[in-house]
Design a protein around this ligand. Structure first.
Ligand code: A2P
Ligand code: MG
Ligand code: MG
Ligand code: MG
Length: 326
């Protein structure tokens, strides 16, 4: 029997690779050049160009598929942002995708669905924009959800070490395992991705966000101490943290609530979660509940995220339950 979702997977991998090349080109040249969105978070020409190109590639292959993307073209349409808009178009066309301004804006806005369909993609065109601006880690994350379950994921981490170079593309289909290929050699033999076998909490390595506004660093420090882990957590931007735990570079990723009422977005997790689970890892929220991807575009039924290699999940949850959150 042919394996399920092979054409969706091939499309997803091609899309995140095409977008990663644009992001890398922009990252090499930018000087902290971004717009501020209404929620005060930054967005760059690469976020927009990445979303445009990925939406185009998905719609060329699956014309009717809804896409729940992080960005929309509202700010780009403002007359005051013409230069920013033109530079975004320039990145897209120089990557080999001919486009008019109207086409570009329409591709970006095709990512405006709300996560209520039976089948839809969710896309973070640059996850970890702050890391991208610091020229550190970021990710391009794409996942296909069917009946509210993640079935296909492609997660490109252009700056993550990979062999002797950098750039890893993780991917997974539910039930088929997780794999990684080098971003610059997509035809190389895929390598199976597996979590680490460490089961002694004191030997575990933990990662967390660079940004203390995204995850409570004071509480993770307490968790580290209670688990008997010496040293500092590794701070890293983006869903590259899911990739790090999936491939056994770390055993724990904590994302602990910093303020009441923040709802994690599905595009900040879907790609990483399937890769992690198919690599043998486990993810829940801080109350031990599975992440609920059936609630629209946010994880509104969950608080925080606890990711482990599976073996350590109970030990980590026992400590997380003792922590105090707002
Ligand atoms: N207050 C917040 N709490 C948690 N995550 C946030 C918050 N504000 C923005 N984010 C999103 O968290 C993710 C970054 O996480 P990390 O710090 O682990 O890299 C990003 O997706 C960022 O959006 P964006 O995609 O715009 O960068
Ligand atoms: Mg953002
Ligand atoms: Mg994000
Ligand atoms: Mg983003």
């Amino acid at each position: 029997m042919p394996q399920a979702y092979q054409s969706e997977l091939a499309t997803a991998i091609a899309a995140v690779i095409a977008a990663s090349k644009i992001c890398r080109a922009v990252q090499a040249t930018i000087t902290a050049d971004s717009l501020e969105k209404k929620d005060k978070s930054p967005v760059t020409i690469a976020d927009y160009a990445s979303q445009a190109v990925i939406c185009k590639i998905i719609l060329d292959a699956f014309r009717n598929d809804p896409i729940v993307g992080e960005e929309d073209a509202g700010d780009l349409r403002e007359p005051a942002n013409q230069l920013f808009r033109d530079r975004t178009l320039h990145e897209i066309t120089s990557s080999g995708t001919p486009a008019t301004t109207d086409e570009m804006l329409a591709w970006i806005d095709s990512g405006n669905h709300d996560g209520t369909a039976n089948r839809y993609w969710t896309l973070d065109p640059i996850d970890g924009t702050k890391g991208f601006l610091r020229k550190e880690q970021f990710a391009v994350s794409l996942a296909l959800l069917i009946n509210k379950r993640i079935e296909v994921a492609a997660l490109a981490c252009p700056n993550l070490p990979m062999g002797s170079g950098s750039g890893a593309v993780f991917y997974a289909v539910r039930g088929q395992g997780a794999f990684v290929i080098p971003l610059d050699q997509p035809d190389a033999k895929p390598v199976a991705v597996k979590v680490s076998k460490i089961s002694d909490p004191a030997q575990a390595r933990m990662c967390e966000s660079v940004e203390s506004g995204h995850s409570a660093h004071d509480q993770s420090a307490i968790a580290l101490e209670k688990l008997g882990i010496a040293g500092e957590p590794v701070r890293m931007d983006s869903q590259a943290k899911y990739g790090a735990v999936a491939r056994g570079d770390a055993e724990i990723y904590l994302r602990l609530p910093t303020r009441k009422g923040y709802e994690e977005k599905i595009w900040d997790h879907a790609g990483g979660v399937l890769v992690l689970e198919e690599a043998g890892g486990k993810v829940t929220d801080i109350d031990g509940h599975p992440l609920d991807f059936a609630a629209g575009s946010t994880l509104k039924n969950n608080r925080g995220v606890v990711v482990t290699n599976g073996l350590l999940h109970d030990a980590v949850m026992a400590v997380v339950k003792t922590l105090k959150f707002e």
